[in-house]
Design a protein around this ligand. Sequence first.
Ligand SMILES: Nc1ncnc2c1ncn2[C@@H]1O[C@H](COP(=O)(O)OP(=O)(O)O)[C@@H](O)[C@H]1O
Ligand SMILES: [Mg+2]
Length: 310
Amino acid sequence: MTVDAPPSWATTIPHEPGVAKPDPILVVDGVNRRFGGLLAVDVGHLEVQRGAITALIGPNGAGKTTLFNLLTGFDNPDSGSWRFAERDLSGVPAHRVAHHGMVRTFQLTKSLALLTVMENMKLGATRQRGERFWGALLRPLWRGQEKEIEERADALLERFKLSHVRDEFAGALSGGQRKLLEMARALMVQPELVMLDEPMAGVNPALKQSLLSHVKQLRTEGMTVLFVEHDMDVVYDISDWVVVLAQGRVIAEGPPAAIGANPKVIDAYLGTHFAEGGGEALGELGPDERLEVDQVGLGEPLTPGGAADA
Ligand SMILES: Nc1ncnc2c1ncn2[C@@H]1O[C@H](COP(=O)(O)OP(=O)(O)O)[C@@H](O)[C@H]1O
Ligand SMILES: [Mg+2]
């Protein structure tokens, strides 16, 4: 495991929950989400540094996926607001959030099994473009867009080594290939911020290395990454900054080395995490199972109050 030196901002700002970052792309204020009697998310203030890789860690049920759902418009908070790239995105629905440059993947892959890999890729982009260009008057322009979209998709498939399965049904891919497809598809909107919910969970070690280098590459290209991860080796390896969530709250923040040594974190997370016998891929199948096709913009976002609860 090679650990890159932390960026200078990470060593100069205080290592405390809610600390201001020098150049935040995302600023969250007072976001609460209640499910019945459970306060699943209770984030007072959180800033995500632009151009950095930030890991969001915490025990199962800490509220990580729920926070992702809220920030990306798949769920609505009971209170709170957030700004992404200087724009208030609170209350903006999922497909428009992606359009503004903030895109997420799911803990469980959501590729559409009965569509081909290429069709999945196109869906990652067409909904946004379609809305802008759907008018019959602009039909020729739309066709031009489609060609450009297909070229972009092919370039991404090449980069993620999926070109050879371009015309296969997504359902025929291995679990690892679906993870790659999901990341590739997220990039179709040319996002500024990519939010990855357990991108490495359940993939074999070789593919994990490949996913890791893809995530680092996003940062090299100037994108910001916020990712949920249980495997602390992965967190140490690729993150510039770590945010620890427990019972919905940010209980610690800092560069990876400082986080690993923080007694609060060891208590709240690492202790229980390792006591449970887990090293990696401990992510439970969370409520985001219900979101199904929403990621590609075909469905309606979850209604507040968790109406879809079984
Ligand atoms: N739609 C929902 N309805 C009821 N409870 C939910 C719902 N979504 C999440 N929860 C609960 O909120 C808490 C946080 O869940 P989640 O965000 O999935 O945690 P994490 O991703 O950190 O494991 C858990 O206790 C979970 O059971
Ligand atoms: Mg989760």
